[in-house]
Design a protein around this ligand. Structure first.
Ligand code: MRU
Length: 353
């Protein structure tokens, strides 16, 4: 199997006006189809439904969404408000929106030049994201070599953090893929990631296409896998990292961190610095998105697995405290141990170093 044919997101300019073209991730792995977005409400719906998802690419969607609004003559501040609020936990979304709005406003509100500036900023963010991904891969591989000398790792991952979430190879899964290509990956354990199955549908798809040795497990099987000594490291991404180093990521990440601590296994987060939010002081201050209960009570839209009227608890993310995180790999360096000071220091580094 080859890599996915369609990129997660691309800007296009057909004769009837600019559009944002998304790979509809809700249709994977069965169908690899594009979703053409022509306006901001359409993009907000695509973000909410997870047609486009994962922190870094949400940042790109936010920036291109502002560019789309500007190019098509929509109210840019209203577009920015709608886009930034489409999903509350992944800070990259508001970061991307903010960057494009700042470029738009600096170029003279409302002009064609301003629309071009917003688009140029979205393109710049796209290039930065691809470059950040490559740098995280290099830093992540080096860290794995230090943590697990001898290679041939068995890595557990959760949710999806590969090329589907990035202009580049992604975050945690990009590191795993590079380790695989270097002959260092013994096995990738892929949590299915209930309820929306980003692990089963997306990570398994990327792993299969890259030829990785991988096994899919139900989220609840991770404990016995650790107990059997089958996990050498956990590698995950992040949606928001607070100033104290607390990490919000897909629900189910925190239990993995507890298991990793108990079993003496490194728990490594791979995320660009755009996912670090120094304005959010700690984990308690992170807004965790609550999703509709039907995602839990139904196995597929309209196919219920619970008695009619069942109420569900469906947080999209959980928060792992810094003391459970071995390291955070960013494009500017590795944060370890993870605390307020070490995180702030790495974030203050210049991109050119
Ligand atoms: O709800 P999702 O699928 O958008 O959640 C995505 C995750 O939790 C990812 O792990 C996170 O965004 C990191 S992607 C590099």
């Amino acid at each position: 199997m080859a890599d996915l044919r369609v990129p997660a997101l691309r800007w296009a300019e057909p004769p009837d006006g600019p559009v944002l073209v998304l790979l509809d991730q809700t249709r994977l792995p069965a169908d690899e189809v594009e979703l053409v977005v022509t306006d901001v409400p359409g993009l907000v719906a695509a973000i909410r439904s997870l047609s486009v998802r994962g922190a870094p690419v949400l940042g790109l969607a936010g920036a291109y969404g502002v560019a789309l609004a500007a190019a098509r003559g929509y109210d840019v501040s209203e577009a920015a408000r709608l886009l930034a609020g489409a999903r509350p936990t992944a800070v990259n979304l508001e970061y991307g929106v903010r960057r494009a709005v700042a470029a738009y406003e600096a170029a003279g509100d409302g002009s064609a030049r301003a629309a071009a500036a917003a688009l140029a900023e979205a393109h710049a963010l796209f290039r930065e994201d691809a470059e950040a991904s490559a740098r995280m891969v290099a830093a992540g591989r080096e860290l794995l070599g230090e943590l697990l000398p001898g290679g041939r790792f068995r890595i557990l991952t959760h949710c999806n953090t590969g090329a589907l979430v990035s202009a580049g190879g992604g975050t945690a899964l990009a590191v795993v893929r590079a380790a695989h290509e270097a002959g260092e990956l013994r096995r990738l354990w892929v949590d299915e990631t209930r309820p929306l199955l980003q692990g089963a549908r997306l990570t398994a798809c990327e792993a299969a296409r890259a030829g990785m040795p991988f096994s899919l497990l139900v989220d609840g099987a991770a404990g016995s896998l650790f107990a059997a000594g089958e996990v050498d490291a956990v590698l995950i991404g992040a949606d928001r990292i607070a100033a104290d180093g607390s990490v919000a990521n897909k629900v189910g990440s925190y239990p993995l961190a507890v298991l990793a601590k108990h079993h003496g296994v490194p728990f490594v987060v791979v995320a660009p610095v755009s996912t670090v939010d120094l304005a959010t002081p700690d984990g308690a201050a992170i807004h965790v998105e609550q999703r509709p209960g039907h995602e839990v009570t139904e196995i597929r839209p309209g196919v219920s697995v619970a008695p009619v009227g069942t109420q569900a608890y469906n947080p999209a993310f959980d928060v792992t405290p810094p003391e459970l995180v071995t390291a955070i790999v960013t494009e500017l360096g590795v944060v370890s141990p993870v605390d307020h000071g070490t995180l702030a220091e790495v974030c203050s580094r210049s991109r050119s170093t």
